[in-house]
Design a protein around this ligand. Structure first.
Ligand SMILES: CC(C)(COP(=O)(O)OP(=O)(O)OC[C@H]1O[C@@H](n2cnc3c(N)ncnc32)[C@H](O)[C@@H]1OP(=O)(O)O)[C@@H](O)C(=O)NCCC(=O)NCCS
Length: 344
């Protein structure tokens, strides 16, 4: 292979930013902020582990490892990173470039003492490539996605309405308004994460994503999305939902409280924002919440089952030991609450 793989100290190199922006869109400024958030501000890896593939001076591919911490069912804390920014320039695909990146990433991760690597939201192509390299798909997130757009008759009409809806003032800001407060919806900034971090995971058992205040603070700083933590009474955070927005689409990514109260809060949020689509984790959301989201659309809801958690053992015995005898390769070993720190 005429390519060179190098580990870089600076994932904000203009060529990497441009490669990511070309592949996933969003413009260079947003992509630079995203890469900074994910690789330089991440609380779990002190130095970025980021590789590029060079063809001459051209960067034609990249992949990074993002730090993450996991709590075992017995309460121990284990750091295992997940692979991300898997990108190969279209002219260089299907030549083993990504495979070479993954192998180099594996060697470096093993050198840093990690017994496994995860993947949290691979696209179908990346998933196929990772499965080809020995990653095991262990659990789909089964996202429930309700489209609230009206059934429109023509594309032109749809485009006009889309522009109107996305251009409509408000979005998540509507949740901060006096109207929202009189409707029993209050947003809190950074006050909640400390308390949210103390809320025990609802689906009790399984390996869970760490939920310290530091983690939540970082997680909700993902510049690709806007977030609001919503409570039903000022100063009280026993019941809350965390809303994530991408344009006029929202996802309920986390919550606490009784099903009735949380669904009530979700209903108010949907009413106030009037989003184009609503989504929730189907895999661990209680049935009352999944049913609410499924019914929130004007058409039959969709279910995304192609994305999920992939695991690659670098040292299976050591991984099982660190996780207190729990097998990372079994779907029942995982509590998928708020697991995906990247795409969702
Ligand atoms: C996913 C991606 C990184 C793969 O890069 P690549 O360098 O082409 O992958 P490789 O050549 O190492 O592929 C190794 C094997 O993976 C599988 N594979 C790779 N791409 C595939 C695809 N699009 N569909 C099905 N299988 C695929 C094949 O088994 C392939 O072996 P083969 O070519 O001998 O059949 C590349 O397609 C890409 O950049 N896609 C767009 C960005 C993206 O989706 N990134 C993932 C974000 S999570």
């Amino acid at each position: 292979m005429p390519y060179r793989i190098e580990r870089v100290a600076d994932p904000l190199d203009d060529r990497i930013v441009a490669l990511r922006a070309r592949t996933f869109g969003g413009g260079e400024d947003l992509n630079r902020r995203y890469l900074r958030w994910k690789y330089l501000e991440n609380p779990y890896l002190s130095e970025p582990v980021f590789h590029v593939v060079l063809d001459g001076d051209h960067i034609v591919g990249c992949r990074g490892l993002t730090g993450a911490a996991w709590i075992t069912p017995s309460g121990d804390r284990v750091r295992i990173p997940f692979g991300a920014e898997a990108i190969v320039d279209p002219d260089h695909r299907r030549k083993g470039v990504f495979s070479a990146l993954v192998r180099t990433g594996n060697d470096d991760a093993a050198g840093l003492g990690f017994p496994a690597i995860l993947s949290l939201s691979a696209t179908p192509a990346a998933r196929a490539a990772m499965e080809h390299l020995g990653y095991a798909f262990v659990a789909p997130y089964d996202v429930v996605l309700s489209d609230r757009g009206r059934a429109l008759r023509s594309r032109i009409r749809r485009r006009v309405i889309w522009v109107k809806r996305t251009a409509a003032p408000g979005g998540l800001k509507r949740l901060d308004s006096p109207d929202a407060r009189s409707f029993g919806v209050f947003t809190v900034d950074h006050a909640l994460p400390d308390e949210a971090a103390d809320v025990p995971p609802q689906s009790a058992s399984g390996i869970a994503h760490e939920r310290t205040a530091e983690y939540l603070q970082w997680r909700l700083g993902n510049p690709l999305f806007e977030y609001r933590v919503v409570v039903s009474q000022p100063g009280a955070s026993a019941d809350y939902v965390i809303v994530q927005a991408n344009g006029s689409s929202i996802r309920f990514i986390d919550w606490a409280g009784t099903d009735d109260r949380v669904v009530d809060l979700m209903r108010r949020v949907v009413h106030l924002i009037d989003p184009r689509s609503v989504a929730i984790w189907g895999r661990w959301a209680p049935p009352a919440m999944s049913s609410f989201v499924a019914a929130a659309g004007r058409q039959r809801p969709g279910y995304e089952s192609d994305r999920g958690l992939l695991v690659h053992h670098l040292d299976r015995k050591e991984a099982t030991r660190q996780f207190g005898g729990v097998d990372l390769g079994k779907s029942g070993s995982w509590n998928l609450r708020m697991i995906d720190s990247d795409r969702y």
